[in-house]
Design a protein around this ligand. Structure first.
Ligand SMILES: Nc1ncnc2c1ncn2[C@@H]1O[C@H](COP(=O)(O)OP(=O)(O)OP(=O)(O)O)[C@@H](O)[C@H]1O
Ligand SMILES: [Mg+2]
Length: 431
């Protein structure tokens, strides 16, 4: 058991100026500093994380290292924020594995561990949204779904349709989908679905029947994904203020060839949010020019992405990549925060690493991955990052935190979850 001493606390992700101004308001309790290693590690000061300002947080660690667990702890803290702060935030989590729904249930598995931390099991108020056409799939599995969402067909440009079907401008199907999307848009405005696209393909006079059929087949498959519809969920509904939303896309893990569906969800949500926030920001500036007064600050949107290397790969194309790079590069201004979790930082786009201002890393052993994050090493870090990893205790939940905002480095143990952990490692034992 870890020994408890003193109740000092520190905050990561908050500059010294902001610490003076806001103290610990709007910060979440994520763990305790490791004071000394050994068989009975001594844990000291509590570590809080700022949840109110735009950040780029990178959570790394090898398989089973505790990344998803740490994300869940952070989500619990979002859910526990006082309403005055929470209502100024919107939190969206992209759940590729289907594990975050269990935040809705209290942690009855490890009451002892929680008690050691003076904490109690607690449920968190999150909503789980699933793709509309997959609602039954989730309900049959008995998962506590709060609602369904879909994407409006007219929001996909021809480039996105092509990417979704892995087509290029050189493919006759690529040429056809481009023409058809334009025509349907002209005729029906923004109110059309896959059926209208299929009808337009069938009545196209400039393409062969074979090309038409090939494209119709693809669109019929897209229909089975159950996500692209005539009427989509409004982005304001997805990014609801004060809501902690889990977008569960794990249904698309099952079938080969459906990866694009996940990507398009992240790409479109990311793109819409970016556009909306930019607009909001412009309005705010206009008001400032006219009235000389800045309206109360802008709500912050957080997007948390588990297995982020899937969406921001280093050497591959991905529909979501360009959108997320925009978030990474200019998200601070419109108030867009990203938390990216990955077991393969070496496979992640380098900008996502170099731009991160808060780095939380569990154990890593693969040299290429350690090399990739070594790029982070700031001037205030006087030790080689590989050395810090070698010093990290082997048991679960320990993490290195490098914080650019306070220019501090901490070795911490992430606190136990209040909520049920649905991501436990599979085992052949039944007890
Ligand atoms: N802070 C912690 N305290 C106690 N147990 C933990 C902690 N972090 C992780 N664990 C344990 O380790 C298990 C694996 O953690 P987690 O699922 O978060 O790993 P991961 O890094 O997301 O792995 P993967 O790369 O496979 O997704 C958890 O189910 C939990 O049992
Ligand atoms: Mg995980």
């Amino acid at each position: 058991m870890a020994v408890k001493i003193g109740e000092k606390k520190s905050i990561v992700g908050r500059s010294l100026n902001d610490q003076e101004k806001y103290g610990f308001e709007g910060a979440g309790y994520i763990g305790k500093v490791l004071m000394s290693r050994g068989e009975n590690p001594v844990l000291g000061r509590k570590i809080f994380m700022d949840l109110t300002k735009p950040h780029l947080v990178l959570v790394c660690g090898k398989r089973g290292g505790g990344k998803s667990y740490t994300m869940a702890v952070i989500l619990e803290e979002f859910a526990r924020l006082p309403l005055s702060v929470k209502n100024r935030l919107s939190v969206i989590t992209i759940d590729t594995v289907g594990i975050f729904w269990s935040l809705k249930f209290a942690n009855k598995k490890n009451p002892k561990e929680l008690a050691e931390w003076d904490l109690k099991p607690q449920e968190s108020d999150v909503r789980v949204l699933v793709p509309k056409g997959k609602l039954k799939f989730y309900q049959e599995k008995g998962l506590p779904v709060s609602g369904a969402f879909s994407i409006k067909a007219s929001e996909l440009d021809s480039v996105e349709w092509m990417a979704l079907f892995k087509l290029t401008w050189k493919d006759p199907e690529g040429v056809l989908i481009t023409r058809v999307v334009e025509r349907v848009k002209e005729k029906l405005g923004s109110y059309y679905g896959i059926d209208e696209l299929i009808a337009a393909i069938k009545s196209d006079t400039e393409s062969t029947k074979i090309v038409q059929q090939a494209l119709v087949n693809r669109l019929n498959v897209a229909k089975t994904w159950g996500i692209i519809e005539k009427e989509g969920t409004r982005i304001k509904e997805i990014a609801k203020a004060g809501a902690i939303t889990i977008i569960d896309v794990s249904a698309y893990r099952q079938a080969i060839g459906m990866e694009g569906t996940r990507d398009i969800i992240v790409a479109l949500i990311g793109k819409k949010l970016f556009e909306e926030r930019m607009l909001f920001r412009k309005e705010e500036e206009m008001k400032l020019m006219k009235t000389g007064k800045r309206e109360s600050g802008m709500p912050i949107v957080w997007m948390l992405i588990d297995e982020a290397h899937m969406f921001m790969p280093r050497d591959e194309k991905n529909l979501a990549l360009q959108v997320l790079l925009e978030w990474v590069r200019v998200g601070r201004q419109p108030g867009l925060s990203l938390l990216l979790a990955t077991q393969r930082p070496g496979k992640l786009h380098p900008d996502a690493i170099s731009q991160c201002d808060l780095f939380i890393s569990h154990r890593m052993t693969s040299q290429p991955d350690i090399d990739a994050v070594a790029a982070i090493s700031p001037s205030y870090m006087h030790q080689d990052i590989g050395h810090l990893y070698s010093e990290m205790p082997r048991s679960k939940g320990y993490a290195l935190i490098i914080d650019d905002n306070s220019e501090k480095i901490w070795m911490v143990k992430i606190r136990p979850r209040f909520s049920w952990d649905a991501g436990v490692t599979a085992s052949a034992f039944t007890r």
